[in-house]
Design a protein around this ligand. Structure first.
Ligand code: ADP
Length: 207
């Protein structure tokens, strides 16, 4: 199974690249932001609570998003793999994801981080806000708060995956297709070197 964590600040392009990756690698896309917005659209109690936090650019509680990811994994037993987009956003979420993966007899293959500077993120999100209808995309103060939350609470998740030799970062500024090609290159490289891949052992002997 190929299980990718797509990482980066709000507006880095995770959603755009996820759409291309699910087709290319035949994966199921799990975006906690999308799952939360579906709850809001359905008017559930969870959605109502989450909306207040999301509109302010704050994180929703770990147990809420972990619960949603746990259910989504159960409802997709035939998946060849997953792209996690916008999750995990805290180290506690990353630890829970490892546990959930182990329960499903699999693991996270690698994390790909898209790096984009704050001013570019603000420009992109304000532009997206003109059509997305998302309250958190329409106000610069909220956008900057999301970036601050990313820097203070989420960025450290990179270290969690780096410690497992699963972290790869690339520049998220440039043509969408070039970034996609770079991401695929990193994933393919990682797959080829994976210990469970018999070809990896052979290539190591050759090298
Ligand atoms: P973006 O990456 O542009 O911020 P998302 O759709 O991923 O957009 O997230 C929107 C909002 O949903 C976040 O600002 C946060 O309030 C909430 N959210 C999404 N995923 C998580 C998560 N894993 N943990 C906590 N809150 C989350």
């Amino acid at each position: 199974m190929l299980n990718i964590v797509l990482f980066g600040p709000p507006g880095a392009g995770k959603g755009t690249q996820s759409q291309k990756l699910i087709t290319h690698y035949n994966l199921v896309h799990l975006s906690t932001g999308d799952l939360l917005r579906a709850q809001i659209a359905q008017g559930t109690e969870l959605g109502l609570t989450a909306k207040k936090l999301m509109d302010e650019g704050l994180l929703v509680p770990d147990e809420v998003v972990i619960g949603m990811i746990g259910s989504s994994l159960k409802t997709n037993p035939q998946a060849g793999g997953f792209i996690f987009d916008g999750f995990p956003r805290t180290v506690a979420q990353a630890e829970s994801l490892d546990r959930l993966m182990a329960e499903h007899q699999t693991n996270i293959s690698c994390m790909i981080a898209l790096e984009v500077a704050e001013e570019e993120l603000v420009t992109r999100l304000l532009e997206r806000g003109k059509t997305s209808g998302r309250p958190d995309d329409q106000d610069e103060t909220k956008i900057r708060r999301r970036v601050t939350v990313y820097n203070t609470e989420t960025a450290q998740v990179a270290g969690y995956y780096a410690a497992q030799q699963k972290f790869h970062a690339l520049n998220g500024i440039g043509p969408i297709d070039s970034i996609f090609t770079e991401i695929c290159g990193l994933i393919d490289q990682h797959q080829a070197a994976a210990p469970e891949n018999p070809a990896a052992a052979t290539s190591e002997v050759k090298a």
